[in-house]
Design a protein around this ligand. Structure first.
Ligand code: HXC
Length: 271
């Protein structure tokens, strides 16, 4: 009889890391209005950081900022910007500096996705996702780097695991996220001498996210979705990795890609 997979518990970062870990620090997060990036922002705020969340939908940003401030006691600034438009991103950065005076950490998380086979994917559809994910990451780096240098801070880029192998209907996102991984590596070597670190978190199957609910069932063989640990991921799993990677405990970690996937990519290879 096959052994029953061990189900790892979901833990909260505040039960592991100090509550004031990021006191006086400021996070700038694109895509922070919802989903995984909202969870990453909440965790940073629970450890004392103030945050700016950036997105296209101002009503959603305002509600999220209110909710996160109420939950954590830290300040959260909602800043409307499209990562495809460098000028609007620069405006969000300027508002952040005006309000908080610094930027220590940046999460490049804004992303776009839909399911389409290459044969049915228009040039504009392909370009749109590269513009949001890859160009958006580049634009965010350009808009923030001088401030992150000044604080000797760090970047986390939210990527994916789907481009490690061919994932059907995901050509645009696969190409885009491979570009994000590459940008992070270059940033790490160029900015390391300035005291800046850059890493990638590659979420696997995270329950309750748009990536899982809207995009995964059709694109991924569900047999490996519980990974090696016996459960799907939780947004807290990504948040915990974020807290660690931004902490000084990770000061010798840069230029890396950290899949947070419960071992699901390894399980996929065994099928
Ligand atoms: C084929 C599509 C399409 C679809 C859009 N397009 N949806 N093609 N199938 N389902 C095409 C359009 O026809 C158009 O090309 C081009 O893409 C641009 O579409 P717009 O709607 O004009 O773009 P825009 O309004 O900027 O919206 C961007 C978007 C949208 C990416 C299309 O879905 C979006 O804003 N998404 C944001 C939220 C999101 O997707 N989050 C998911 C993140 S999850 P033509 O040729 O007609 O002009 C994630 C995790 C990855 O990234 C890992 C998951 C496993």
């Amino acid at each position: 009889m096959a052994p029953t997979a061990y189900v790892q518990p979901i833990v909260d970062s505040t039960t592991v890391f100090k509550a004031d870990l990021f006191k006086g620090k400021v996070l700038f997060c694109t895509g922070g209005g919802s989903g995984i990036c909202r969870g990453m922002t909440e965790a940073m705020m629970r450890h004392g950081a103030h945050a700016t969340i950036v997105g296209r939908k101002i009503e959603r940003l305002q509600q999220t900022a209110k909710d996160l401030s109420a939950a954590t006691g830290q300040e959260c600034l909602p800043a409307q910007a499209d990562v495809r438009q460098p000028a609007s991103l620069k405006g969000a950065v300027a508002k952040t500096i005006e309000k908080f005076g610094r930027i220590d950490f940046v999460i490049c998380g804004a992303a776009g996705n839909f399911l389409a086979p290459i044969s049915g994917l228009s040039e504009n559809g392909f370009k749109t996702v590269l513009d949001i994910d890859t160009m958006g990451t580049y634009n965010t780096i350009k808009a923030t780097i001088q401030h992150v240098r000044a604080s000797k801070g760090a970047y986390i880029h939210v990527s994916a695991t789907l481009h490690y192998n061919g994932t059907p209907y995901q050509a645009h996102v696969s190409a885009a996220k491979a570009g994000v991984d590459a940008l992070s590596a270059v940033l790490a070597v160029e900015e390391g001498p300035h005291g800046v670190r850059s890493n990638v978190i590659a979420p696997g199957p995270i329950a309750g996210t748009e990536g899982m609910d809207r995009l995964s069932p059709q694109t991924i063989d569900t047999a490996h979705l519980r990974g090696a640990v016996g459960r799907q991921g939780d947004i807290k799993d990504i948040a915990n990795a974020t807290v660690f990677l931004f902490s000084s405990a990770a000061s010798y970690i840069t230029g890396q890609v950290l899949p947070v996937d419960g071992g699901s990519e390894h399980v996929r290879h065994q099928l």
